[in-house]
Design a binder for this molecule. Structure first.
Ligand code: C5P
Length: 225
C-alpha cells in the first residue's frame, strides 16, 4: 500500500478567514493548496457562459466533470485558468457567487467534483479549504479544523475590506447576505456545512489571524509526524 499524503482540512462558513489561514498554513509547510470553493465558482462560470439553466442538474454536472481548469501560481498568488483564460477576477463577481451557491446544492455536481478534489492530494501534503473537506472529501485527514466567527464579526470584516477598496456598502446588507449564505450552506441536503465529528472547532471572533495560525500549526505538530 502506498503512503497517502497528509491532508489538513479547513472548513467553515463564508468570511471566517479560512481561505487566508489555508494559504498561510500551506506556505508555512510547503504543502499544496485546494480552494474547493473555486471549483464550484468555475463550474458556475462555465455554466453561465454556456447559458445552461442552473437548475438543469444533468447538464451542469456534465460541465463540472469536463471542466478544463488549471491553477497557476505566480508571485505567491494563485490564479484560476478556465479553458486557457485567467478568470480569477470573474469567479469572484457577485453573479458568480450566487450561481456557485446554487450549483453547489446539486448532488450530481458535488459527485462530479469529488474525484477532482481528491486528485489534489500529493506529497508532501495538502491543505484543503471549503465546507465539506473534513466530512466528505477527505474523511481520513489527520488534521481537521472548523473555523468559525460570529456573523456580526464576519460582516464587519467584509465591510472593512470593501471600505478599504473604496466600495460603499451597508453593514446591515452585508450581515443579511452572510446570514442567507450560512442558511443555504447549512441546510442543503447533500454535504451541508457542519464540523466533522473529529474536527477541532476554532472561533476566530476574538482571535487575530496570527493567533489562529499558531493554533493550527500546534495541531499539525501533534498529529502529523
Ligand atoms: O468558499 P467560496 O465562497 O469560494 O465557495 C463558493 C460556493 O461554493 C459557496 O456558496 C459554497 O456554498 C460552495 N462550496 C461548497 N462546498 C465546498 C466549497 C464551496 O458547497 N467545499
Amino acid at each position: 500500500m502506498t503512503t497517502k499524503a497528509p491532508v489538513i482540512t479547513i472548513d467553515g462558513p463564508s468570511g471566517s478567514g479560512k481561505g487566508t489561514i489555508a494559504k498561510l498554513v500551506a506556505d508555512k509547510l510547503g504543502y499544496s493548496l485546494l480552494d474547493s470553493g473555486a471549483l464550484y465558482r468555475l463550474t458556475a462560470l462555465a455554466a453561465l457562459d454556456a447559458e445552461v439553466d442552473l437548475a438543469d442538474e444533468k447538464r451542469v454536472a456534465e460541465i463540472a466533470a469536463n471542466l478544463d481548469i488549471r491553477f497557476a501560481i505566480a508571485g505567491g498568488e494563485v490564479s484560476a485558468v478556465l479553458a486557457g483564460k485567467d478568470v480569477s477576477r470573474d469567479i469572484r463577481m457577485e453573479r458568480v457567487s450566487m450561481a456557485a451557491s446554487k450549483v453547489a446544492a446539486l448532488p450530481a455536481v458535488r459527485e462530479a467534483l469529488l474525484q477532482r478534489q481528491r486528485d489534489f492530494r500529493e506529497l508532501p501534503g495538502l491543505v484543503a479549504d471549503g465546507r465539506d473537506m473534513g466530512t466528505t472529501v477527505f474523511p481520513d485527514a489527520p488534521v481537521k479544523v472548523f473555523l468559525t466567527a460570529s456573523a456580526e464579526e464576519r460582516a464587519r470584516r467584509r465591510f472593512d475590506q470593501l471600505q478599504g477598496r473604496g466600495v460603499s456598502v451597508s453593514l446591515r446588507d452585508l450581515l443579511e447576505d452572510i446570514r442567507a449564505r450560512d442558511d443555504r450552506d447549512m441546510n442543503r441536503a447533500t454535504s451541508p456545512l457542519a464540523p466533522a465529528e473529529d474536527a477541532v472547532v476554532l472561533d476566530s471572533t476574538d482571535i487575530d489571524i496570527e493567533g489562529v495560525l499558531q493554533q493550527v500549526l500546534e495541531l499539525v505538530q501533534e498529529r502529523i509526524s
